[in-house]
Write a protein that binds this ligand. Sequence first.
Ligand code: LLP
Length: 414
Amino acid sequence: MNYFNYNKGTLYSEGVAIKDIASENATPFYCYSSDAFISNINKLKKAFNEISPKICYSTKSNSNLSILKLLNKEGAGADVVSVGELKKSLLAGINPSEIVFSGVGKTEEEIEFAISNKIFQINAESVSELHTINKIAKSLNIRQQVSIRINPDIIGDTHKNISTGGLGDKFGIPFSDVKDLFFNNSSFADIEISGIAFHIGSQIKTIEPFTKVFKKTSELIKEVNRDRQIIKFLDIGGGFGVDYENNTQEFPLNEYVDLIKKFFDVKALKIILEPGRYISWNAGILVTKVLYIKIHGNKKFIITDCGMNDFMRPALYEGFHKIIPLIEIQSTEKISTDVVGPICETTDKLISIDEFYDVKEGDLLAVLNTGAYGSSMSSNYNVRPLIDEVLISKDTYRIVRKRQTFEESILQET
Ligand code: LLP
């Protein structure tokens, strides 16, 4: 489903022409569609209906407060990986009982904040972290529910930079060490270790790697729960892949749900999901202006005002994001073209392509499918400001994050 479409040659989302937003605000900016977020979360809710999982939206994919509020209204909780994400989720009104906290390097202060705010679950990623959680829970006299994030040593079919389930990756506790933690847990008497969590990577397009993890995990759960139900929660992470080339949410959700039902007793186990990209990817575009065009021999450079500080995915993961003009252009030019940004890095490139629209200096472009891991990964590199984010809802839009001023960007420096 496409939430940004041409209407008589002008790119629209819902009832708003994107060019009108661009004429009222400086480029570059992120532009989101409420409808897209709402449809995506509801698509997930529908597919998982039978299992009625806790859907904890992975806030790292897009943590704008207004988006968190919007998704919370649709019933989403939050998966957070820092006290910052946790505070934002609470500010957005998400109930602590709907929040899970993952991450390999939680500080004592972060754990203390999480426990004293009575969040649903902490996913522990090392034995040392378990000791820290236990110590803090004891001092606060709160019996925190903790899940063990396992490292199943299974590699998802994805880019190596976003694979997290192999033993060579820093995430989780090695599978072979996990069973013991459920039985010999006298050192963790002040917490409730009653769940398993995993997340084998992001942008996983097929079911196969999940089949392997489910099999391994279900065997472990059976063993641990043989005499009594110790494991009550199963957090299966996020990772559902999407198709950036063809604009489709290709992950086979129904097959995935069948697989969960095949391997796990979903009546006895509460399932938790941590989807990020699937909810936010096609809900956003990045609007940018063509500053200059130049030719180097056989190569054309289209230089835009958005840089890798605004959008990291192409530079970090060779991420493919289609670029289209805000006002439709029929003619294209067959020449090796790089659409690049202003940052002083060779990898500051949005796309390399053999044929591109015959754009002119001053034209406005939309970088598609940038709702996930776009704004949330942006930075001030090259002393550039964090940019506007706008959210469309039906026939109107509002600014949900204002562009930083230069003064704001150096506020903490002395
Ligand atoms: N849960 C945990 C513990 C995670 O680490 C992640 C993502 C998710 C859930 C959500 O995964 P998703 O459903 O979005 O695939 N910046 C990269 C992606 C990094 C993902 C990090 N962890 C990118 O732009 O492709």
